[in-house]
Design a protein around this ligand. Structure first.
Ligand SMILES: *Cc1c(COP(=O)(O)O)cnc(C)c1O
Length: 400
């Protein structure tokens, strides 16, 4: 292997093969192209790189360690399981990586406000944190229904000083928050930056968010090589929009010996309408300004999706994942809500690490597969976040 098959993607139009691109009105295309041009210039600047690197080290606490889960590996009796501890980042998940990147980019571009929507509030909290640090006003749109459900995150956003806009139109949930946030953004796209929360949306967002998240895999690959003198055999991560997974996978794409596995939520079962397994059961389509796999109903509308992990229920998926699936470079598997709950409790009780319900999907796949593999094989899991936010819900659900 000499030439990278993946490093030059996306192309200049933002395509990963036939996925990605900009499926948006011409006015908006011009705005996105300006962001792309600014990003390509700023990302190479030494002062930008240095400031971001310093924040990753001193503020986020990078590099996050890799932990060999010896007790869990022994209990399963097969492959060795290792955890990349993104749950130890400041704010408790990988999202801070791209939120800091986006906030810093906004500052370097001279923007006066960063705008975003949030569903369960995880993206909102991470972005409000990054904006407080960078010193840029932040406005988060959130459905009224979600505001009532997600009290701790709402409180955090208020404390962090962002402007929280309650959206009461329509079903007052994530979709309406997206529309509302986007309307605000379109009032002055020259001075505002819309901060997307995953590797989704029109070009250049999937590329930018991937670049900011790819620190995860770069660190992990080097840490693993230093510790074990070899690469892991399997690397796995959960996939909602796909940012933590692509952040982990990017450094390994040209390592043919490394089996890459994205884990989607099978919810209450792939044979029910209650799942969010976009790559597994969806088909190529368009959503939110990009071409990607989409879960659609018979009328061609995005399907209502479900996962026990609110960060994973999205009817689209990042265009790069759609491409990697078709190339056969990454396998996409699923885990149900029940398997995820089992994995959540197992990791908590065997290793003393409470994972986010999102991350528990990847843990569930690793638990399923480890026992079938020899003891000298290594599985590296991206533990995308910590589970404090899910603790009350799980305790209620399991009657603890
Ligand atoms: C938001 C979130 C996810 C899902 O987002 P991706 O873009 O698919 O990574 C996964 N894990 C945690 C902890 C999250 O907060």
């Amino acid at each position: 292997m000499s030439i990278s098959r993946f490093a030059n993607l996306p192309d200049a139009q933002g395509f990963f093969g036939r996925f990605g691109g900009q499926f948006i009105p011409p006015e908006l295309k011009q705005v996105m192209d300006e962001i792309d041009a600014a990003y390509e210039e700023i990302r190479l600047r030494e002062d930008f790189q240095q400031e971001l690197a310093e924040l990753f080290t001193d503020y986020v606490g990078r590099p996050s360690p890799i932990f060999h889960a010896r007790r869990l590996s022994e209990k399963l009796g097969g492959a060795q399981i290792h955890l990349k501890r993104e749950d130890l980042n400041h704010t408790g998940a990988h999202k801070i990586n791209h939120c800091l990147g986006e906030a810093l980019l906004a500052k370097f571009m001279g923007k006066t406000k960063v705008i975003a929507e949030t569903g369960a509030g995880q993206h909102g909290v991470a972005l409000a944190t990054a904006c407080a640090l960078v010193g840029i006003p932040c406005e988060i749109h959130m459905g009224q229904v979600d505001i009532e459900k997600e009290h701790p995150n709402v409180t955090k956003m208020k404390i962090l000083g962002c402007k929280l806009v309650a959206v009461t139109r329509g079903t007052a949930t994530l979709k309406d928050a997206v529309d509302s946030a986007f309307e605000e953004y379109l009032k002055d796209p020259q001075n505002f930056l819309y901060a997307i929360g995953s590797v989704v949306g029109p070009h250049p967002f999937p590329k930018m968010v991937r670049d900011f998240q790819s620190i995860i895999g770069r660190e992990a690959r080097q840490q693993f090589l230093e510790r074990h003198g070899r690469l892991p055999d399997h690397v796995t991560a959960c996939v909602g929009g796909g940012s933590n997974a692509i952040g982990m996978f990017t450094a390994f794409l040209d390592d043919d010996s490394v089996h890459l596995v994205g884990v989607e939520p099978a919810g209450e079962g792939l044979d029910t309408q209650r799942h969010s397994a976009t790559l597994t059961l969806g088909k190529p389509g368009e959503i939110h300004g990009m071409a990607c796999y989409v879960l659609e109903d018979e009328q061609g509308n995005p399907m209502p999706v479900h996962s026990i992990a609110s960060g994973l229920d999205y009817p689209g998926v990042g265009p790069q994942h759609s491409y990697l699936k078709e190339q056969g470079r990454v396998d996409y598997e699923t885990a149900t809500d029940d398997e995820c709950l089992d994995a959540f409790l197992t990791l908590s009780r065997v290793e003393g690490i409470i994972p986010a319900l999102e991350s528990a999907h990847a843990v569930a796949w690793a638990i399923r597969i480890a026992a079938t593999l020899p003891k000298d094989q290594h599985i590296l899991i991206n533990l995308s976040g910590r589970g404090d936010k899910d603790a009350d819900y799980v305790a209620d659900k399991l009657g603890l």
